[in-house]
Design a protein around this ligand. Sequence first.
Ligand code: IFM
Length: 791
Amino acid sequence: MTGSSLLDDGKPVDELDSLFELSPEEWLLRKKGFRKSPKAIQINETLLTTGNGYLNVRGSLEELPPGHCGGMYLAGVYDKSEADVEELVKCPMWTDVSVWHEGEKFCLSCNRALEHEQVLDMKKGILHRRTTFKNQHGKILTLETSRLVFMHDPHRGYMRVKITPRNFSGQIRVLSGLNGEVYNRGFFPREQYKHLQLERIERGRNFMYLEMKTRERGIRIAVGASWKMMNGQERKRRWEPRIYGEKFTSEITIDASRGHTYAFEKLAVVMTNRDVPTERAHNMMREAICNLRCYVRTGVPVEIGRHLDVWRELWKQADVRIEGDDTAQQALRYNIYQLLINGPSKPGPIGAKFLSSEGYMGHVFWDTEIFILPFYIYNFPSMARNILMYRCNTLPGAMMNASKSGCEGARFAWESATTGEDVTPRFASKLEKTIRLIYTGMEEEHIVSDVIYGVERYFRVTGDESFLLHCGLEMVFLTARYWASRVTKVGEHYEIHKVIGPDEFHEHVNNNAYTNWLVKWHLRLASMLFRHVRKTAPEALQEVAGKIALRDDEPARWLEISRKLKFSQEAETGLVEQFDGYFDLKDRVIERYDRSGNPVLPAGVTYRNIGRTRLIKQADVLLMMLLFPHSFSFEEKKVNYDFYEPRTVHKSSLSHCTYAMMGLAVSERNNAYRYFMKTAQFDLENLHNNTELGIHAASVGGSWQTVIHGFAGLTLKSDRIVINPWLPKKWERLSFRVRWRERDVYLDITHSEVSIRIDAVSDVTLPCTLYGQNYKIRTNKPYTLQYCLSK
Ligand code: IFM
């Protein structure tokens, strides 16, 4: 897709052409050709999603070919209705366009495509498409579209459509509308759930308006749009707006001449009653249409210019450059693109599939704090805070979860949505396509401490005291209280029974090492924080203590449980038993890999009987060692890596990045690169054969972590920067910047040098450790430090 189309008079169609010009190739994700299978169509829809973290739109083809699964999703808009549990709602669509001639629609599934390509420009957040159709009667027509949702104003979207009849003249009808007749995919094949009901549908002189309301929570979603011909060509057309039930269709008929290009544009505004002050929310139409008028007045070129300015700033902060490995560079950019289009500008949930689909029903898991959050902490601390605020705001739901399970305090749900109450479905379609009862909602409790791990990491890097005192303390104390009521006293020590660890193949286990270690840390942190804040901010402590009725003896008890909580590690070898009785299970290891490099189960092992073996789904003990690198020696890590790696099936997208980073920690570097590439290309290569169901957000975050924490070896501590880099052979240079306590840290790493500059408002000296060697770095001054790695 190169060059720009021309209008009748030979001038560029509009001034947007230069704004829409494609970025250099390294910023593009190209999808050429068309395959009719619904799966292929839906994979592209997932990959080509555009968005801004408030509203994201899948990259569907505008004519919505059979088998498509297009959709727009709004952050935090969940509904249950007749579904089993609350789920992310597919919202009314505004990006559909169809082009008709002599009663036939130009459509990829029924016409020949002489050319077809969709191009996602990741640098600009714009999705382009160019298709030349040849229909059954030999009529050739080119359709070009460019669409985006604005980054500077999350409520607005834009689409430009151009059509060129190549070898015919005659009437062409171009239809686009607003569609409230949308359904979520159901659990069983062909089942659908309707979450929206019509609230209002109206047309004005030059706009259409549709308002739908979620059936259970009553969230009103308002969409206003204008659809017109560009460049004063309105004179040549007939405009026929029509309303069909919950659908608005606006049809423009033109008398088209062969070889001429006709351009149309759609300006859309999307908002919910939650986005406007309560006193104005009764008239959403007025809100949306006022916004639309203001948008029209400002003009599209200005809006797009502002959008591009924001994207420029985002990339300036978040880009990571890898020289010498184009494939890794492109994959990493794609992952960062995903993180950028999902960054929350307000407190709210981030689901395991981002806003790319209804996969996992849009629910929030531990993926958020352990895998996704670090990118935002290191680049956009205010977004990281918004992510954690979701957990803070849903503490009442978490308290409900605890009390439902007969405990005190707060228990963050394994899967959560609006309120923080557990929404894990009771049944799921498991591996091997069996529908089975799932226990994760009841037993996968490590999430309680995973969230706190995220809170601590956020505080350590940002030093955000206000968050700590006003939200963090309450979160830490209430969850510590949960654990204190959850543990079982066995003789002189404590145990945690009947849990599921990160490795979900083994259910109802006692003393999962990952969970117990995290809980030990969590309880120690809670008691330490209590003592610290009592000295440094007694009023804040008093306020929280009063609010949650903290008992005097609680902090001491937390510390006692932390000390006496069971944790099993072989004394001579350092090997950690994943849970009580794990070593008694049948020992099987992975010996074969399929063509994509995924492990193949050993003969006789199936996903039904795998729980009787030592094979595990994903990193468990090793993830613990990754999260607490200083608690375990090199030898301990190595012993555990060597043991667990051949027993890990990697049936979860969260696994590879852990093995990549642990591979670096134990000098299994080639393995580390291999695992990194799997993480980085997880969706681009459809590694788990389910990208149609949405982006694997944890592997997206994990690929960023592998580069920054792994290859660059960067850790931002509260008082120093630690760097232990190792670059894959073909990487010539790795450069990026991060935010650290209101400072900008620039790093440029080669195989022998680290160049570092810390920009800050004032000149101070900060400690930096490179492979154990301490340096003093003056802010606002560049340094180049040498390092040498033994082979
Ligand atoms: O949170 C994960 C879990 O660890 C494995 N199954 C998928 C979930 C969502 O990504």
